[in-house]
Design a protein around this ligand. Structure first.
Ligand SMILES: Nc1ncnc2c1ncn2[C@@H]1O[C@H](COP(=O)(O)OP(=O)(O)OP(=O)(O)O)[C@@H](O)[C@H]1O
Ligand SMILES: Nc1ncnc2c1ncn2[C@@H]1O[C@H](COP(=O)(O)OP(=O)(O)OP(=O)(O)O)[C@@H](O)[C@H]1O
Ligand SMILES: [Mg+2]
Ligand SMILES: [Mg+2]
Lengths: 257, 257
């Protein structure tokens, strides 16, 4: 069975895209399984982070949601073995408004991904920074939810709002989706703020917090300008090591549930 | 005439809220004029950054947009002389979908702020990380646009998309709004990435980039957990100094145009 993992947090800039790119590339290398990254953010950062040229593809995820295009016709190779991408483009910015009046608007992505059957072992969906219809589509289509959380006060504040929305989705749209866990990102162990945030999150949500933590590492923010995931840009960097350790911990969790 | 400044960038986590809070508090202290901060983000970070308790107020900006409540009944004191806030709450998350079918949906905020007449000299609007109807409402209501830009690759990538949207707003909804400028944030002068980004932005948009730059400073991310703007939390910090220098540069620009 394909595991479909939404990478979600309505707080902006917490590391959703960096996590989607890094984890999907690490999974492809470590497991040899078939991986698909889905870019559901109109900014298209996940697509460009894999080196996709913005106007190189005629169709994107927008077409799968709005005019039921077969995702197999839209999927692109990333150039990395075992890893494909379902790219986004600026057209996606209009999708939220266009979906409002559609029948069964929350299930559009779920239906599109069903067409792929068991072609992929793991699918990771990079969500936009909001709890609108695109993110609801991702949560409805998913088996698991991964929550990157920046070690900052504002990011912690939004967590309760996000968990409430997940409860609503589980009650009304997708009872089978469960929280895989909370991944702490951009940790700077020199600051008290990071220590405070980690203590607070671990205290409130002990059952959800991964042991692996991603520290702040400039190589992670350099990698996208070369169109490469971190394990291809600088395999020896702290960023690559952190994401390798996390991906292994995540696989253990996935194999147990 | 009241200057209404939208603080906008669809890229998440670039410093929109931190800029709105810091600049409005610095304006209140430096000019002695009447300042209003408007929180247009369902996350409500601007409201909590001023110490507003999430459920302490019955009405918020949502009511001004959806049921035409008089903003004077919703505005709260921040406890800082000359500075009030029009707060947000989680209800605002539903506004984007609810506004879709409304008549003249892009002008809701403009109409609400008109009721305030000249009660305030400067109004700063903290926008959510998207180019949806809430941000369109802010741009339609504004006289000026301030664009915080994190010194990172993904943030630079989104700039063209943002400038295109602003052109559309100027053509169709608000010919009087103009770009006040681009403020570089979270600069880390020790990294090549920051230098590259600053060079690239200054080369492509020389007429828009402010000389003042906000460097990365942990005191800025600590301040919101105390419910205080930076000039009240730690006036001697680099963050407070950076925002003071920027606010003065911004005032010079505003007085010239
Ligand atoms: N561990 C890290 N260390 C340093 N920089 C990082 C790290 N993780 C992410 N970044 C950088 O921080 C910025 C924000 O990360 P990213 O874009 O992945 O977040 P996001 O949650 O996807 O943002 P958005 O809400 O806009 O979609 C990016 O410029 C990225 O390169
Ligand atoms: N110059 C700075 N130095 C260090 N930390 C900063 C700085 N500016 C902002 N921050 C922190 O970075 C995080 C992102 O900033 P902020 O929330 O203001 O961005 P935003 O653009 O409003 O995010 P969103 O897109 O979610 O609305 C916050 O935790 C904030 O405290
Ligand atoms: Mg992203
Ligand atoms: Mg914000």
């Amino acid at each position: 069975m394909t595991r479909i993992i939404s990478v979600v947090n309505q707080k902006g800039g917490v590391g959703k895209t960096t996590t989607t790119i890094s984890v999907s590339a690490t999974l492809a290398e470590e497991t040899g399984k078939k991986i698909l990254a889905v870019d559901l953010d109109p900014q298209g950062n996940c697509s460009s982070g894999f080196g996709m040229e913005k106007n190189a593809y005629k169709k994107c995820i927008y077409n799968c949601l709005i005019d039921d295009t077969d995702p197999n016709q839209v999927i692109q190779a990333t150039g990395i073995k075992n890893l494909d991408i379902l790219p986004a483009s600026i057209q996606l910015a209009g999708a939220e408004i266009e979906l409002v009046g559609e029948l069964s608007r929350e299930n559009k992505l779920k239906r599109a991904l069903k067409i792929l059957k068991d072609k992929y072992d793991y699918i990771l969906i990079d969500c936009p920074p909001s709890l609108g219809l695109l993110t609801v589509n991702a949560l409805t289509a998913s088996t698991d939810i991964l929550i990157p959380l920046q070690c900052e006060y504002f990011a912690l504040e939004g967590l309760t709002q996000l968990l409430n929305t997940i409860n609503l989705i589980q009650a009304d749209l997708n009872p089978d989706v469960s929280i895989l866990g909370i991944l702490l990102t951009m940790a700077d162990n020199r600051t008290n703020l990071t220590t405070q945030i980690i203590e607070e999150v671990t205290q409130h949500f002990p059952q959800h917090v991964f042991k692996s933590v991603i520290t702040r590492n400039v190589r992670l923010s350099e990698a996208p300008s070369h169109g490469l995931p971190i394990n291809h840009y600088d395999k020896k960097s702290t960023g690559a090591q952190n994401y390798l350790e996390f991906t292994r911990e995540m696989l253990t969790c996935l194999n147990q549930s």
